[in-house]
Design a protein around this ligand. Structure first.
Ligand code: TIU
Length: 220
């Protein structure tokens, strides 16, 4: 077992049964002209996640850990997009509308894909999900089970939305989750702080939180 200094206490895991999960590091959330910006957010808030996540990804690849990427998005005919999701709020462009990087949050479009800095390699599963959680409406659970995965190291965006929903779904399914504090990002600094605190509070009600340097110190 490998042990990481974390909050609320040491997180022990076997790299052979642990997956690095990289949630929704898509142009639609991380670059101008995508879904995140149409919702009124400053996407620059998420850029700081990229360098530490690149280092974690490179290390996970070097030690042969399972790596799974996710992307939030919808079929071109919007058949998997609930009207409640498309109609909510007052975005400048709605899901499916043409934008500067293609149709907003639609599979196959340039904006829907993962940023170049964190591009998946052949053999790394990319799970397309219609919702915020990685388990809902996907084969994520089957992908984990097929590889004997019992622990997740969770990264990506955004902390309080898709990261949190995935960690909560995973928690109820019995997975141990470590969230890397500098490898998850929010458009809202106060939600970043509160989102991380909520995971580790109450003795780790949803899991553990640690900076990436604590993981890199023990993963080699
Ligand atoms: N809006 C926001 O913060 N997030 C999302 O809509 N999706 C994800 O978190 N991926």
């Amino acid at each position: 077992m490998t042990t990481v200094e974390a909050d609320p206490g040491p997180f022990s895991f076997d790299p052979a049964t642990t997956a690095l999960v990289i949630i929704d590091m898509q142009r639609d959330f991380c670059e101008p002209g995508g879904f995140g910006e149409t919702l009124g957010n400053d996407v620059a808030q998420l850029r700081g996640v990229i360098p530490p996540l690149q280092e974690v990804l490179a290390t996970a690849r070097a030690v042969g850990m399972t790596i799974i990427h996710t992307r939030e998005g919808h079929e071109p005919d919007l058949s998997d997009c609930p009207p409640a999701k498309r109609n909510r709020g007052a975005p400048s462009l709605r899901i499916g509308d043409p934008g500067p990087k293609g149709r907003i949050l639609i599979r196959g479009e340039y904006g829907h894909d993962i940023i170049d800095e964190l591009a998946p390699r052949p053999g790394e599963p990319v799970v397309d999900k219609p919702g915020k959680g990685s388990f809902h409406g996907t084969r994520f659970g089957e992908e984990l089970a097929a590889r004997g995965i019992t622990s997740l190291i969770v990264t990506g965006v955004t902390t309080e939305v898709c990261v949190h929903t995935t960690v909560r779904e995973a928690n109820d399914r019995g997975y141990e989750c470590l969230v890397l504090s500098d490898c998850v990002g929010s458009y809202f600094p106060e939600f970043q702080r509160a989102g991380l605190a909520m995971i580790a509070a109450q003795g780790g009600i949803f899991g553990w939180v640690a900076p990436s340097r604590a993981l890199l110190a023990v993963l080699h």
